[in-house]
Design a protein around this ligand. Structure first.
Ligand code: HPA
Ligand code: ZN
Length: 322
């Protein structure tokens, strides 16, 4: 029995397996620049975040209809459930779809269909977090928030906003206004920071965006004062160990700072980020860190427990109870 866990850092577009990509390409009459799944898999050699993002955005060309998004999410939820995931807070990138002429309504209706039946079919509760692309303008982010208004909780499935895509050169402060507007709408706030970018981006995400959780946050270890703050304020970090190896944030998994981060008292969680591209789902990440870092059963239980503590579940239940 895999450890029951929550997944808090998962890009639904990053769950697009080569087999599904080719099936959707055939269904939609899209020609992919790869002969077959084997050739596509061979392209999964990344030098850094940007080289991954180029492929990740390119392959999205096969996602066109409501059914495509429903099939994508359903396939993820089935795989996640098999690896012990009981709750998933799922990111999506609306701007990457809008840019291709696929509207917010299509994306959210498709994802929402899979999410609505997830508890009954897979035993996984879900929430949806809309990410802004940090290499797009602040104005585009604000337009995206506006377009999402019909789909926000409690009427729709979107409970929060996040910030992803190319980090370096795109500090969080650029998005202060849209995060303020999101907070005013009652949305939860998370942000990628400190994956490739400096520790100062983590501080800025907390101070300027009001981020409640930091996605990755790996580079906080370069700033002891920041570590103290994250520990004191119990700010969760959603780490993605296999992603860090594939995108060369760490050289090899055996050198991942996760054990040091846990020893420092940081509220760490283990997640899969883009599992179709990085070699594994949530349970695979747990297994990989156990094997490469020699984490004890107690440490692994702590990570699983942290995933629920760091989730937005508790807060929702508190809100409902009020
Ligand atoms: N980092 C930043 N943006 C992303 C990622 C990531 O790991 N995956 C998908 N978008
Ligand atoms: Zn991510």
């Amino acid at each position: 029995m895999p450890l029951p866990k929550a997944e808090l850092h998962l890009h639904i577009e990053g769950t697009l397996e080569p087999e599904l990509a080719f099936a959707l390409a055939a269904r939609n009459g899209v020609t992919l620049p790869y002969a077959d799944t084997e050739e596509l898999r061979k392209a999964y050699e990344f030098a850094d975040l940007q080289s991954f993002l180029n492929l990740y955005y390119g392959l999205m060309a096969v996602l066109r209809t409501e059914d495509d998004f429903a099939d994508l999410a359903d396939a993820y939820l089935a795989r996640a459930a098999a690896q012990g995931v009981r709750h998933a807070e799922i990111f999506f990138d609306p701007q990457a779809h809008l840019a291709r002429g696929v509207g917010m309504g299509t994306v959210v209706a498709g994802l929402g269909r899979a999410l609505d039946r997830s508890e009954a079919v897979h035993g996984v509760s879900t929430q949806l977090i809309m990410c802004f692309l940090r290499d797009e303008s602040a104005g585009s982010a604000m337009e995206t928030l506006e377009a999402a208004k019909p789909y926000l909780a409690p009427r729709g499935p979107i409970v929060g906003v996040g910030l992803d895509s190319a980090e370096v050169g795109h500090p969080p402060a650029k998005f202060a206004e849209v995060y303020g507007a999101a907070a005013a709408l009652g949305l939860r706030r998370v942000a990628h920071a400190g994956e490739e970018g400096p520790p100062a981006y983590i501080t800025e995400a907390l101070d300027v965006l009001g981020a409640e959780r930091i996605d990755h946050g790996l580079r906080c270890m370069e700033d002891p004062e920041l570590v103290d703050r994250l520990v004191r304020d119990r700010v969760p970090l959603t780490l993605c160990p296999l992603s860090n190896v594939r995108l060369r944030a760490v050289d090899v998994l055996a050198e991942h700072p996760l054990p040091k981060m846990l020893d420092a008292g940081l509220l760490c969680t283990v997640n899969s980020d883009d599992p179709a591209y990085f070699g594994g789902y949530a349970g695979d990440n747990f297994r990989a860190v156990r094997e490469a870092l020699g984490l004890s059963p107690e440490r692994l239980r702590e990570l699983a427990r942290n995933s629920f503590v760091a989730s937005f579940l508790e807060h929702d239940e508190e809100r409902r109870a009020r």
